[in-house]
Design a protein around this ligand. Structure first.
Ligand SMILES: Cc1ncc(C[n+]2csc(CCOP(=O)(O)OP(=O)(O)O)c2C)c(N)n1
Ligand code: SF4
Ligand SMILES: [Mg+2]
Length: 313
């Protein structure tokens, strides 16, 4: 029998404001990993800096809280060293699409089997409500001295253009549906994005629960023939116009659910295993680093050879 989601809680005190959408996202992640029955030691949640970034303290796993915007490169390294590990990189809209946007894009080119979760409240919650990269132009949330003059990034369209092979959008207060999306994202082989619309009752007084709930709808409910899975080039060409329409839809109506899934592309790990034939049996994380107390590699010799010697002019 799968572990209860309660077993994925930690004793850490949850430091979010009352009503914060992060509570729903945390519950959805804990329920997803519990239903997938992932052992805590086989799970790594890597998070960046922000209110959302604190999630890694609240989920039981071999987790890391890293520098602002750097959850994806750290998650990439962990996955490549331990391909059997389930790896989730999470952060806010600022973390993932502001300071970390270069990593958000680059990971799509590799199709590494990790799940990226964006807690999207359209503001920098932790630093007191500045405009985030997903805040639409002309909106003035309460901490801004005037309306936002920047256009907003569309995370799902950017993920598509970057090569992500699974793209979904959920809503933080709908724990059950968001849990299902996270489960599918984790099970998908390749880089997955789940953008989660997350009300921030403290700083985003425009994009509130009511604002979202007047706009969101579930694709599989409103369009029962919705099928965003592509497995061949011909299917890709045939389905693309409709998928693109949904990726760009944002305004009076905001679609939720799986927006795109490509099961034809190989993962970076699969590509690596074609050059390193024993990669899966003997990944870097399983190789010894010392024998009889002595390191296999002397860091000073390596530093001298690779850095000091090459700097000689
Ligand atoms: C290098 C660096 N620059 C700036 C900051 C300050 N800072 C901390 S969190 C944050 C933005 C948080 O916004 P977001 O990623 O959307 O997370 P949220 O708090 O909304 O969940 C910023 C700018 C920092 N910690 N490190
Ligand atoms: S500031 Fe906003 S995002 Fe941060 S904990 Fe409070 S409600 Fe949540
Ligand atoms: Mg934010």
């Amino acid at each position: 029998m799968a572990r209860s989601w309660m077993e994925y809680r930690t004793p850490a005190w949850v430091q979010w404001c009352p009503g914060c959408g992060n509570f729903g996202i945390l519950a959805a992640i804990q329920r997803a990993i519990s239903e997938l029955d992932i052992e805590p030691k086989k799970l790594t949640v890597v998070s960046g800096i922000g209110c959302s970034g604190r999630s890694c303290y609240y989920i039981k796993g071999s987790n890391m809280h890293v520098l602002h915007g750097r959850a994806i490169p750290v998650a990439t390294g962990i996955k490549l060293a331990n391909p059997s590990q389930t790896v989730i990189a999470l952060g806010g809209d600022g973390d993932m699409l502001g300071i970390g946007v270069e990593h958000f894009v680059s990971v799509g080119r590799r199709n590494i089997d990790i799940t990226v979760i964006v807690h999207d409240n359209a503001v920098y919650g932790l630093t007191k409500g500045q405009a985030g990269p997903t805040l639409p132009a002309w909106i003035q949330t309460k901490a801004l001295p005037g309306p936002n003059l920047h256009d907003n990034i569309n995370p799902v369209l950017l993920a598509f253009a970057s090569g992500y092979t699974f793209i979904a959008r959920g809503y933080a207060y709908h724990v059950e549906q968001t849990k299902e999306l996270i489960k599918q994202a984790i099970e998908h082989k390749g880089t997955s994005l789940v953008q989660i619309l997350q009300p921030c009752p403290t700083y985003n007084n425009i994009m509130t629960k009511q604002w979202y709930e007047e706009r969101i709808y579930y694709l599989n409910e409103e369009e029962p023939d919705w099928d965003p899975v592509v497995s061949t080039h011909d299917e890709y060409i045939a389905k693309m116009p409709r998928i693109l329409m949904k990726l760009v839809e944002w305004g009076d109506k905001i679609p939720l659910g799986v927006l795109y899934r490509n099961i034809a592309k190989d993962t970076f790990e699969e590509r690596l295993s074609k050059i390193i034939l024993n990669y899966y049996e003997y990944p870097p994380g399983r190789r010894p680093i010392e024998v009889e107390g002595k390191p296999l590699i002397d860091p000073w010799t390596v530093f001298k050879e690779k850095v000091v010697e090459t700097q000689k002019i």
